[in-house]
Design a protein around this ligand. Structure first.
Ligand SMILES: [Zn+2]
Length: 471
């Protein structure tokens, strides 16, 4: 979908907001005071009508064709196939207003990446060398039969771009939530004025800010969105590679160069002042890098569903249910090691029994999703049996949670998934869910190759609820 007049209009309305939000320092509210958020104050080029027409989903993509090793499963075709599949959705006039593609993701600032990773300069030098020699260089997982982690001459820039895309989309969902918050405040004011003209003084509208100045924090924004029927806000999806969730603070790993979800979580906190970040990782493999980075950080709740024997890197990370984080972060890590062949019903049971109640208790300011699709039953790493429609269900639930808990601020980031058709189909299902559309797979759902271990999953959920004191 090429940049269009609609894109210019949207960006002109979001950019001043993102820019203003970027000027906020950590610990302050994500949005400017609603009095300054009226249509007239959206900034140069913005208009109240543009603000009123927020898309439901903003996305961007980067296939990183230069970051490629022949025969490797983590390949540009993963993104190319997704974009081809999405063409039916993104090209549909029915979704023109609800869907927005940001063109070229800008690279993440080096200082932001260095704040999370210690090996940035070394990786850049290795990539430069690989470029000069015209040959990819392995940087981790040497000898791994599933494939090395490598760099080519373009990999460093590609990784910065993937991280930058994630941060830009955080800016976009924050800006959109600010616009929505302003709309809510304006509506509340209009309701009050209407009520006031009928019988003064008007009582405050339950659940809405009693004055424009009241809704100036993420939590009050969430309270407002919880009680007003304005929709679930604007979500985002970064369809970029290389992926990120295996990269630790000290090393690239598992096909991942920089940890995109960790970088975007820090970006949300430091640039937008969003205090609490929920990261859900539903990739087949354990997100060891993200777990490592936030293990002792109580401000980031990390929930990771993975196949029990697919911990990474083997054999070091136990990632068992008892691994709950450390130090101040004890309790802010929830590991869900699923038994082999767990599928759709298992995942829904885990979501409703563990993910949703943990999120409710944590009250995040933004939800980030490490969206790997290798838990799909068709994936070559197949140990779990999620269907394409399972991702539709997950996205519906996450959208509802984000709308209720954090002003709709929800961002998906592509992680693993190596059956390119299954990945494309699954991302398409997430798009449909975030656009409020029914699942395409729907009633055509394939019979799974193996019965699900439901009793084991029920026991696991009960155990996790006990360990984490979930009601
Ligand atoms: Zn994976």
């Amino acid at each position: 979908m090429p940049p269009s007049a609609a894109e210019g209009s949207l960006l002109s309305s979001l950019r001043p907001l993102a820019s203003r939000a970027a000027q906020q320092v950590a610990g302050k509210a994500s949005c400017a005071a609603p009095a300054a958020m009226s249509g007239a104050a959206l900034g140069a080029g913005a208009s109240a009508s543009a603000a009123a027409g927020l898309p439901q989903l903003i996305f961007t993509s980067s296939a990183a064709h230069g970051h490629m090793l022949p025969g490797h499963v983590e390949q540009p075709a993963r993104v190319d196939m997704v974009m081809e599949r999405l063409g039916a959705i993104t090209g549909s006039s029915a979704f023109q207003a609800q869907l927005h593609q940001l063109a070229t993701p800008p690279p993440a600032p080096l200082e932001a990446v260095k704040a999370v990773h210690s090996y940035v300069d070394e990786l850049r030098r290795t990539a430069e060398r690989a470029g000069q020699e015209g040959q990819p260089a392995a940087v981790a997982d040497i000898g791994d039969p599933d494939g090395v982690t490598y760099v080519t001459g373009s990999s460093f820039d590609d990784a910065l771009r993937a991280a930058g895309a994630a941060c830009t989309l955080v800016d976009a969902v924050v800006a959109a939530s600010c616009v929505q918050q302003a709309q809510q405040a304006q509506q509340a004011q209009q309701q009050q004025q209407k009520a006031g003209s009928a019988s003064a003084p008007a009582p405050p509208t339950p659940g809405l800010p009693s004055s424009l100045g009241a809704a100036s924090s993420p939590s009050s924004a969430a309270a407002a969105s919880a009680s007003t029927p304005l929709g679930a806000g604007t979500a985002a999806f970064s369809i970029c590679r290389p992926p990120g969730h295996h990269a630790t603070a000290d090393t690239p790993l598992g096909y991942c160069l920089f940890n995109n979800v960790a970088l975007s979580a820090r970006h949300a906190q430091r640039v937008h002042g969003l205090a609490k970040v929920l990261i859900l990782d539903f990739d087949l493999h354990h997100g060891n890098g993200t777990a490592d980075i936030f293990a002792s950080d109580p401000s980031v709740l990390f929930i990771d569903t993975h196949e029990a024997s697919s911990v990474y890197p083997p054999p070091f990370a136990p990632a068992g249910a008892e691994d709950v984080g450390e130090g101040l972060g004890r309790g802010a890590t929830i590991n869900v090691p699923l038994p082999r062949y767990a599928g759709d019903a298992s995942m829904m049971h885990v979501f409703d029994g563990v993910v949703a109640p943990a999120a409710e208790r944590f009250r995040p300011d933004i939800i980030l999703v490490s969206a790997g699709f290798d838990a799909h039953w068709r994936d070559p790493f197949q140990q779990l049996q999620l269907r394409s429609s399972t991702y539709h269900r997950l996205a519906c639930r996450l959208r509802e949670l984000a709308g209720r808990l954090c002003g709709g601020r929800l961002l998906f980031l592509l992680e693993g998934g190596y059956h390119t058709e299954a990945v494309a189909e699954s991302v398409g299902e997430v798009f449909l869910a975030l656009l409020g559309q029914p699942s395409e797979e729907g009633q055509r759902e394939a019979a799974l190759p193996h019965p699900e271990p439901l009793q084991e999953v029920e026991a696991l959920v009960a155990r996790l609820r006990s360990i984490h004191g979930l009601q």
